[in-house]
Design a protein around this ligand. Structure first.
Ligand code: NDP
Length: 468
């Protein structure tokens, strides 16, 4: 496999400084990649602009047939791609395979959507047709937690709506995205989908470029705000999918045995490095002891290790910065009275391993409760009064997701209606659907993804007024 950028359909070596990609399970270098230079970013955008002149007129059947071939090629390369994801990202191989398969399914769902044309009968007699037209060149900046799947979430809605795209993957996890863009380039014309690589000026040059019509970004609120502030001069459209501090509220009528594995799975999905993972858990006092005990058993039974080992169920944190951040939050929680109720495990010496950690005896005002940990540590807080919990759930600058766990769906729905988040789950958390809009309120995002409305955010409206 070439570890090059892809410019105008060609695999091209970057001409900038080299950066290293590390395996987070052992800190060994797995690739040395030359960065794309600013000049090369500009060339890539120019090629995407040129390709847009033709791609904007492509017919829907051609797009859908290409998407189907891409999904098939992804499935054929599933093992190879999953290996790359585990190597660069750390997650266990089974989860990486889920990421690849889920990505192929997602592409097929996007292919099945139809971009509508609305016909309006104006009261004055004329007919108005409202089209959803492509924007031009879209810049996509993708993170290191689900590098393959999130690239699919960015690229395919943009391509489906006849835009051209330039992706910049996280410098921590570029390998599986390069493979994805290689596969895409087998089936789409040159210049329609490109990838640039590196750090420093690459992302910023891409997002600030005057010929980029839209930026789609998944990552931290800070970087999202910076991208938004730079969009002002050209009035670029921006979609931001940022962090969260998702609450889970467990009522006292749950079947503990049934919900505990689901709660554990959604809090520690991808070692907790998921924007819409459950990040603070409020449990009713009547089921608190039983649930914490069950969650502890599940956490302690995890096999923490290198994701390529088939016995591993829990991999490392993806990078050192994140490892240090999560460790510091756990230490701070303990210093502030928090009690770790999970066992300390013998962990590999090398690699960014943190065993799944449950912390009790905490309250609001402590970083592990108030801030996004984005890693394998979950605060569990006992409650008695539901109105008080709803208030606490909403008392945050984030608004990505939340969940309510109860057998009483009507009661759960009533609570769900009061949560100030873009998504609320009842009896699950973090399982996303390509058919439903997903976006953050408050500092968790701007705009949304998925569903028909998410797709149409890659278009602008054109109203054609027809007078006979
Ligand atoms: P960031 O979210 O800060 O994003 C880094 C990426 O953004 C890099 O690819 C970088 O490219 C690019 N970038 C930085 N500045 C700009 C800019 N002005 N314009 C365009 N692109 C830019 O990621 P970090 O890895 O630093 O993670 C920080 C925190 O973000 C984590 O601790 C975690 O809490 C959260 N996070 C959230 C995710 C989510 O899914 N919501 C995913 C990953 C992290 P370049 O190197 O070229 O500057």
């Amino acid at each position: 496999m070439n570890i090059n950028m892809i410019l105008n359909g060609e695999s091209v070596s970057g001409l900038g400084e080299t950066f290293s990609v590390l395996n987070p399970a052992n800190e060994q270098i797995i690739a040395e990649i030359p960065s794309t230079t600013v000049e090369q970013v500009n060339q890539t955008i120019a090629a995407a602009e040129e390709a847009f002149k033709t791609w904007k007129n492509v017919d829907d059947d051609t797009i859908n047939s290409a998407f189907s071939k891409i999904a098939n090629d992804i499935r054929l390369a599933k093992d190879e791609i999953a290996q790359l994801i585990t190597l660069e990202q750390g997650k266990p191989l089974g989860l990486a395979q889920f990421e690849v398969e889920g990505g192929a399914n997602w592409i097929e769902y996007i292919a099945s959507l139809e971009v509508p044309v609305e016909t309006i009968q104006d009261p004055g007699g004329k007919i108005i047709k409202v089209y959803n037209r492509p924007l031009g060149v879209v810049a996509s900046i993708t993170p290191w937690n689900w590098p393959f799947l999130i690239a699919i979430w960015h690229l395919f809605p943009a391509l489906k709506t006849k835009n051209t795209v330039v992706n910049k993957p996280s410098e921590y996890t570029p390998l599986s995205t390069i493979k994805l863009v290689e596969i895409i380039n087998r089936h789409l014309p040159k210049g329609v989908c490109s990838i640039v690589l590196g750090k420093g000026a690459v992302g910023q040059t891409l997002s600030e470029h005057t010929d980029v019509a839209k930026v789609t970004f998944t990552g931290s609120t800070r970087t999202g705000q910076s991208i938004l502030s730079h969009s002002v001069n050209t009035l670029k459209s921006v979609v931001l999918e940022l962090g969260g501090n998702d609450v889970g509220i467990v009522l006292d009528d749950v079947d503990v045995e049934e919900v505990a594995p689901k709660i554990f799975g959604s809090a520690f999905l991808n070692m907790g490095q998921t924007c819409a993972a459950l990040k603070r858990l409020y449990v009713h006092e009547n089921v608190y002891d039983a649930l914490t005990q069950k969650l502890t058993e599940i956490a302690d039974s995890q096999a923490v290790g290198n994701g390529t080992d088939v016995t591993t169920t829990f991999g490392p944190v993806q990078n050192k910065m994140q490892y240090n951040k999560v460790k510091a939050m756990i230490d701070d929680a303990v210093q502030n009275g928090g009690k770790i109720i999970t066992q300390a495990k013998q962990l590999p010496e090398k690699g960014y391993f943190i065993a799944p950690t449950l912390v009790t005896n905490l309250k609001e005002g402590i970083s592990l409760v108030d801030d996004e940990q984005f890693g394998p540590a979950l605060p569990i807080i006992k409650f008695r009064d539901i109105q008080d919990v709803i208030k606490k759930a909403n008392n945050t600058s984030f608004g990505l997701g939340g969940s309510v766990w109860s057998k009483d769906i009507e009661k759960a729905q009533e609570i769900a209606n009061q949560l100030e988040t873009g998504t609320v789950w009842i009896n699950s958390h973090s399982d996303l659907s390509p058919a439903a809009e997903f976006g953050g309120w408050k500092l968790s995002g701007l705009g949304y993804s998925f569903g028909l409305s998410g797709l149409l955010l890659y278009t602008h409206k054109q109203a054609v007024h027809i007078t006979q």
